[in-house]
Design a protein around this ligand. Structure first.
Ligand SMILES: Cc1ncc(COP(=O)(O)O)c(C=O)c1O
Length: 386
């Protein structure tokens, strides 16, 4: 008697959604020779700013360089402290160290895994200059609560919205809720330019300063000089950086931002299927989304409960054997050597537990119904019914 064997599938953790239009988009830049920061970057900045409802967009080479630029531009430096959740990709905290300031790690909320405003308040000292909340894996943090604290205590806010383009907070798009908001266009994000970042702000003077600082502190942009009908000799009043995005990347970004709502809808549809079907599997909890937010689902993160029959690494190994990629959930930055050698042992129990018990499973806009069924069935077979 023939035994029916289930076909093994390979399901990646994520995939960028790039099509023929994105492939064609850089042609114009290549043909015209505008291959560094030029008109396409300017257009992409306008498009992103308009999408998120901010006055300005300032493109950078990545979110990490954008975070550094944002902190530098508001004068953060040696002797200052910036409060950052530890439960985030390490780049958030590293950007603070680049300025010479100190990182003060804070706790997250148990359910949203986003910054805990009451804990932020407790950690403010005379040296605190700014708060960096994070919209973790695409879920908006409670930015109003952070802004209230910042205003009362005279602090600045730089929101790390790396995974959150298209996320909403109280009905508005993430992007204009803080003094500066910084996005990532890395391929793990909802839309991508290969590498890339963007700072959005409503502050005219700050936007002008960011534009200068990202390009070596040069007093005139390449486009302005190129278009001028008289000779312009630029100057460099202060030290800047080369944090430019280029027009090849921006041409792809222009197509991607136009497709963003369609890509978000596809992700949300797949996330909702997980939300409906995974509660019948033992030992896992689906992500919590507070009523004020719409998630981008840059990643779909499960929490393994005490009832989970397998250790996380064992479950990840078994999934890998079935061809399914998983990743640990969000990391605890304060446990990494860079920070333990600098600050010694810092105790953040909620963060540490979250870092131990969370796990990402595959989700992307083009994930097929069969691929998703395969992932859900694999989890059910490994863990059993709830
Ligand atoms: C929360 C957070 N901040 C910063 C970054 C860094 O982004 P980039 O790779 O564009 O520098 C990431 C990227 O994964 C992130 O998730």
């Amino acid at each position: 008697m023939a035994v029916e064997t289930k076909k093994k599938m390979n399901v990646p953790i994520t995939k960028p959604t790039l099509g023929e239009e994105e492939a064609q988009a850089p042609l114009e830049s290549i043909r015209t020779g505008w291959v560094t920061q030029g008109p396409k970057v300017a257009q992409f900045e306008k498009d992103v700013a308009a999408y998120v409802g901010a006055k300005h967009g300032v493109a950078t080479s990545s979110c990490t360089t954008g975070l550094h630029l944002a902190l530098h531009a508001i004068g953060i430096g040696p002797g200052d402290e910036v409060i950052v959740p530890s439960l985030t990709f390490i780049a958030s905290a590293n950007a603070v160290l680049y300025t010479g300031a100190d990182v003060v790690f804070c706790e997250v909320d148990r359910r949203t895994f986003n910054i805990e405003p009451a804990d932020v308040e407790r950690r403010i000292t005379k040296r605190t200059k700014a708060i960096m909340p994070v919209d973790q894996i695409g879920l908006a943090c409670d930015i109003d609560a952070i802004n209230v604290i910042a205003k009362r205590r005279g602090l600045d806010v730089v929101e790390d919205a790396a995974p959150a383009i298209g996320a909403t907070y109280k009905g508005a798009k993430v992007g204009s809720g803080a003094h500066q908001v910084v996005f990532s266009f890395h391929p793990r994000k909802v839309i991508t330019t290969g590498e890339g970042g963007m700072i959005t702000t409503d502050d005219d003077d700050l936007a002008a300063r960011l534009r200068t600082l990202r390009q070596h502190g040069m007093s005139v942009s390449d486009v302005a000089r190129h278009q001028a009908d008289k000779v312009i000799i630029e100057d460099y009043p202060e030290i800047g950086f080369n944090y430019r995005l280029n027009d090849i990347q921006a041409s792809i970004g222009i197509v991607q931002i136009r497709r963003l709502d369609e890509l978000l809808a596809a992700r949300r549809e797949r996330a909702e299927r997980y939300n409906r079907e995974l509660p019948t599997v033992r030992g896992i909890e689906i992500p919590y989304v507070p009523p004020y937010a719409e998630h981008t689902y840059q990643s779909y993160m499960l929490t393994l409960t005490k009832d989970c029959p397998l250790e996380r690494e064992e479950l990840m190994t078994r999934m890998l054997r079935r061809g399914i990629a998983t990743r640990r959930g969000i990391m605890a930055s304060h446990l990494e050597k860079t920070y333990t050698t600098r600050y010694g042992k810092v105790s953040l129990p909620v963060t540490e537990e979250a870092a131990r018990t969370t796990m990402l499973i595959p989700l992307y806009a083009t994930m097929t119904e069969d691929e998703q069924t395969y992932v859900i069935e694999a989890l059910r077979e490994e863990l059993g019914p709830a």
